[in-house]
Design a protein around this ligand. Structure first.
Ligand code: TRP
Length: 333
């Protein structure tokens, strides 16, 4: 389906990763990317500075996310793995795209609207604390995509609008000059990718404080797993597995036969919550064990990772340079 396509995705360095990121985003993105002719995965550090101003923290977050993607199977030789800030043409293209971006697009962007809604809810003025980076970020994201001649952008639902904005801007540029200067990107949403629930049953998210951490020491992982909310029904009472949060998490990560085993045990009243938690812990550890080894290696040999990122930028940059040259030639004559 993607055999002759370019798939691109950007990741913001967000700090402490959890198993929801790993099973719900990182692994599926790599699996999809590896079906493409070219898979671009970049670290969106210019996006990150909109909300992260501490350079040390930012570097740490970049390091963790880069090592996590490599641990999860990103191939630095065949994939295009780079930092956004190593491709300055993206920023030049952004400036060009501004000239074709209706301001109304930015007003309507989810990320901006969510920030405004939050301000109103907190009784603050509309644009309180909102910087221009956040306001205009769909245009930078459009440049990320369009610079690299991207065909397909795999996204979560919250990002669909941004890819549509990129497509609309590209369409406007092409229509104005009546030639295909920019490739129109499409989005795909990964239908069968599970959204992992957190230990309280809501979506697993750092902001809910309900996460099972990724690549942590066993003790810390255990503590998080055992904090999963359960009720006080006795073991003997038959239960619908779908009502048991431990099971809901388990079924997203464990092999099918083990999932069936836990479901049957709960239905028959033969499996207590303690036992289920032990099974979940075992699954978290075994399903991430080999990746954790790689992760620990890369964290300890970060210079190698930086080398990969530099090589990735060297491969990706000529593509962005060509896009920029095409634009400048036409726009400036
Ligand atoms: N906006 C995306 C997010 O918040 C990250 C991102 C930046 C991105 N540029 C991109 C994703 C380009 C896909 C394509 O997750």
């Amino acid at each position: 389906m993607f055999a002759n396509k370019c798939i691109l995705t950007g990741v913001k360095p967000t700090g402490k990763l959890h198993i929801g990121n790993y099973f719900g985003a990182i692994k599926p993105a790599i699996a999809m990317g590896h079906q493409a002719a070219r898979f671009n995965l970049f670290i969106a550090d210019y996006h990150a500075i909109n909300f992260m101003k501490d350079p040390q923290q930012l570097q740490q977050d970049i390091k963790e996310i880069a090592c996590a993607y490599l641990a999860a199977g990103l191939n630095p030789e065949t994939d295009y793995f780079y930092r956004q800030s190593d491709i300055p043409e993206i920023n030049e293209i952004t400036t060009i795209l501004y000239a074709f971006t209706p301001k109304g697009f930015m007003n309507k962007s989810h990320a901006y609207k969510a920030a405004v809604d939050k301000n109103f809810a907190d009784g603050k003025p509309q644009d309180d604390g909102i910087n221009m980076g956040l306001y205009t970020y769909p245009t930078l994201m459009a440049a990320d995509i369009l610079a690299m001649d991207t065909d397909v952008v795999p996204v979560g639902k919250d990002q669909i609008q941004h890819v549509e904005i990129a497509r609309d801007i590209a369409g406007a540029v092409n229509a104005y000059y009546n030639k295909e200067l920019l490739k129109l990107p499409e989005y795909v949403t990964a239908e069968n990718v599970a959204v992992l629930p957190g230990t309280d049953g809501r979506k697993m998210s750092k902001s809910y404080n309900n996460v099972i951490p990724l690549f942590e020491d066993e003790k810390i992982t255990k503590k998080a797993v055992y904090a999963t909310v359960t009720d006080s029904r006795p073991m003997e009472e038959p239960k619908d597995p779908e009502e048991v949060i431990v099971y809901q998490i388990y079924k997203c990560i464990a092999p099918a036969d083990k999932v069936a085993e836990m479901a049957a045990g709960l239905r028959q009243g033969k499996l207590g919550y303690g036992h289920c938690k032990a099974m979940l812990l075992e699954a978290v550890l075994s399903e991430t064990r080999s990746a954790k080894e790689k992760y620990d290696y890369y964290m300890a040999h970060y210079d190698e990772v930086c080398g990969f990122l530099a090589d990735g930028a060297a491969k990706a940059r000529p593509i962005a340079q060509k896009t920029l040259a095409r634009l400048k030639e036409t726009l400036f004559g």
